[in-house]
Structures are given as C-alpha cells and as structure tokens.
Design a protein around this ligand. Structure first.
Ligand SMILES: Cc1ncc(COP(=O)(O)O)c(C=O)c1O
Length: 453
C-alpha cells in the first residue's frame, strides 16, 4: 500500500470539478480512439499504385469508385468531383436551375449547401431549423415558397436525418425538386432507407474531416439520367462525349464543359475512396455503437439531450460526423454553454465547444456584397423582390449556438474509456450550480461559418 507523505501532492477528489482543482474525469489516454480516417497498408498501396502509374489526373479509378459508390447507395448513377462544393454546383445545374430561380435551404450549414447557386444566377431563401433535429423545419418551408422557388436543399445536419416524409410531401405539392446534402450523414438511414436516396439529386463532401474521408473529393448521385448527364456536362469535359451522352440536346453540345469548370476527382482520392468504402459500413457500425453508448450513459442528465434519432423508427445517424449535444441551460440554473464547455474541457475532454454553423442569412454575403458587379447585392441580382432576411427572422437558427456543443466523436467501442468521457459531462452538469458564480455568460456570437473558423 502506498503511504501518502507530506511531500506528495494533495489528493484530489474525483467528485470535485477539475476546474476547481479536482481530479479530471478522463484519465485514460485516448490512443487511437479519435483517429480518422483509419489508414492501413491497403490505402497506402492504392495511392502508391496510382502515383507510380501516373494516373493522378485520369478517370479510370474514379469510374470504378463511382460504380461501387452507386451500388453502395443503391442508385443508378454516381459522379465523382474534386470536392463537395463543386458537386453541389453541378447538382444545381443538373436540376436545371438558372437565372432568378430560388432554392430554399437551412441557414445552419456551411456556405457550400446553398451559395453555389449564385454562380448560376439564382438565389437562396432560408427556412428555419427544428430545435431538436437541427435540420430544416418542414413547418417553416412553405411560408418561403414563391413562384420562383424551384428546389429545396435538405442537409442531414451533423448526421441527423431530416424529416423527409414532410419535406417530400411539400415538394410534391408545390412541384419542387429536392437536393439532399449528405456530407454529414453518409450511410445514415431515414425510416429504413438510406439518406441520399429520397431527393432528385444528392451531393456528398468526402473531404478529410468527413465520415467517408478521402481527401478533397465529392460525389453526386441520382437515378435520373438527364440530371446525371447535365452534372457531367457542366465540368467533366473529358467524359462529355457525344457517343456516351443519351440526352438529345446535350449530345450536340459535347466536347467542352458547359459550366467552363473542371471538376474531376483527383485519382489519389478515388484510390483511397475505393478502399475506405469497402470498410466503411463496418467502421461506421462501431462508431454508432460507441456514440449510442455514450448517450445511453448520460440518459436523464439534466441540461443535456442527445442529438440523435430514435433507432426504433429505422433511422440512424450514419457516421456521426460532427457529433453534437443539445444544451438546455435552463435546467442547469441558466449556466451558459460556454462555461459548461470550459468545465468539461478541464475534465480532460478536448474539443468540446459551444455552437455549430452560424446562420448564413446574417453574413454580409447574404446581404450587401455585390460579387459580380450587378450594381446590387448578388443575392438579389436577378430577384423580383428584396428577399433578404434580417436578424430576428429565423430565431431558432439565430439562437442555436447557445443551445448546442460538440461532443467527442468516438471511432471505437471501448466502454471503459467512453464511460470516463460521459462522466466528464455528467459531473459538470451535476455540479452546474458551483459554476454559476463565475459564469461570464456567452459571447454574442457562438459557432463559426465553417467548423474550422
Ligand atoms: C453540409 C456540407 N455541405 C457541403 C460541404 C462542402 O464540401 P467540400 O468541403 O468537400 O467542398 C461540406 C463540407 O465542408 C458540408 O459540411
């Protein structure tokens, strides 16, 4: 037995908050618990093979990846892109959007989900989000529909599937197209069916931070041949050949990219993509087990709610990209989410921060900026009315930063270690009253325009 002498540091009590000198809840080193993507020799060999064959700018490997991706999604067509943003722009073109057209999108996402529409002379109107799913609120979509609305963009935000039944019903009633942005929810299900198989076209970011993480890359999928061919014609000049194109009017324009863009995927990315996809379902299943375990441990903790689906409905969170929790500070005596996160970080949980994507309608680019010298804000360049949305018009998205926080994104199911992380959150929530005297509140602005800023 170790004897405590006067030269040893004083014993810290596990129940005392680490911020107040107690022992942090997390004592186990994380090891590879958070490492992503998981890279093995198989990925390395695939990349080296591409490099040694000088195939970086070709399309053969990408076309194999596309076939495998389409089969994995259970759809007819998949088209690889150099990033998710360009897949969304090509997707908008695929849908036939152009001058003066309006899309309806959530404001709580990165610019990429909506702003490529500017390039086509269209514009965006935002509908507010649901405070629990954090996805577009179907109940708010209809009041934003105008005669110029052509499409709804649905982002399955932070892995949570959006309410597709309600959205599809609105879209069909109003004759609108639906684009799904599955950048956060790859492999996720909505009521027993994969997200990304509901809309007319679906786009995916596959950049390094995502759950299918293969470098700078994107994918577009659809069951509609014309949408596929339009998306291809926009920026895949070397594949835009009259012999392969079936849509009559596109056939005669072949040879040059209609958008003047060059969008093909780098084949070192597609090489990694083929390997990553092969292992994805198994790895995502382990993530799902780990993340659900974390939330199960926190069941009933005041102030903390999971941002997850009820799996009994047949829905799942895919790869749990960007996992967050819902914060209900009113149950913790009004403790700010900023102070809550600070105390959790002190417990040994890195990367726990308040906020998520700031609401896009509050940025200058959605209000004043005249990007293309139209002599008026680009958002209104071809509009028949002022559709800007002032502060106060989308209250849930404007306040969401104070009501969410990031949580650890576990890649492995290691119950003993995950229990320490859950304990960190539980310990802080249970001791919230002790943090109130020094709570400085939240800064006016929480979150970022992207997750990296
Ligand atoms: C929801 C969403 N859509 C689109 C994108 C754009 O993808 P990329 O960064 O690959 O261009 C991202 C990625 O950052 C995203 O999070």
């Amino acid at each position: 037995m170790t004897t405590v002498t006067s030269t040893n540091p004083p014993k810290v009590k596990a129940s005392v908050l680490a911020l107040h000198g107690g022992q942090p809840a997390v004592t186990e080193p994380p090891g590879d618990l958070f490492s992503w993507p998981i890279i093995t020799k198989e990925d390395e060999d695939a990349v080296l093979d591409c490099l040694r064959r000088g195939e970086m700018s070709g399309t053969a490997i990408t076309m194999e990846f596309e076939k495998e991706f389409a089969a994995w999604m259970g759809v007819k067509y998949a088209l690889g892109f150099n990033n998710g943003t360009s897949s969304i722009l090509a997707g908008f073109f695929g849908l036939g959007l152009g001058i003066g057209d309006e899309i309806i999108c959530t404001p709580t996402t990165i610019f990429s989900s909506a702003l490529p529409i500017y390039t086509l002379g269209g514009t965006v109107v935002f509908a507010d989000i649901d405070p629990d799913t954090l996805c577009i609120d179907p109940a708010d979509i209809e009041r934003h529909i105008s005669p110029r609305t052509k499409a709804i963009v649905v982002v399955h935000y932070l892995g949570h599937p959006a309410d597709m039944d309600a959205i599809l019903s609105i879209a069909s009633r109003h004759g609108l197209k639906v684009m799904e942005d599955v950048s956060h929810a790859q492999g996720g299900q909505y009521r027993g069916r994969k997200v990304g198989t509901f809309g007319d076209v679906t786009c995916y970011s596959l950049m390094t931070a995502k759950s299918i993480a293969i470098g700078e890359a994107g994918m577009l999928t659809t069951n509609n041949r014309e949408i596929y061919e339009r998306a291809l014609a926009f920026g895949h000049y070397e594949r835009y050949n009259a012999a392969d194109i079936k849509t009559p009017y596109l056939k005669s324009w072949a040879g040059m990219p209609l958008g003047g863009f060059k969008n093909r995927m780098h084949q070192m990315s597609s090489s990694v993509g083929r390997v990553q996809l092969k292992h994805y379902d198994r790895r995502a299943a382990e993530i799902r087990e780990a993340m659900n375990y974390f939330w199960d441990l926190l069941k009933g903790t005041p102030g903390l709610r999971p941002h997850r689906v009820d799996e009994k409905t047949g829905s799942t969170m895919g790869g749990w990209y960007g996992a967050h929790g819902l914060y209900r500070g009113e149950e913790l005596g009004g403790l700010s989410v900023t102070s809550f996160c600070e105390a959790v970080r002190a417990e040994g949980v890195a990367d726990v921060f308040p906020g998520c994507n700031k609401p896009m309608h509050t940025h200058a680019l959605l209000n004043d900026v005249d990007v293309y010298r139209h002599g008026k804000p680009t958002r209104l360049a071809h509009s028949d009315r002022d559709l800007r949305q002032p502060l106060g018009s989308l209250p849930i998205s404007e306040g969401v930063g104070r009501r969410v926080y990031s949580i650890p994104w576990f890649k492995h199911y290691r119950p003993n270690v995950i229990a320490q992380y859950a304990e960190a959150f539980r310990k802080v929530a249970s001791n919230a009253a002790l943090l109130l005297p020094n709570d400085k509140g939240n800064p006016p602005d929480l979150g970022g325009w992207s997750f990296f800023k």
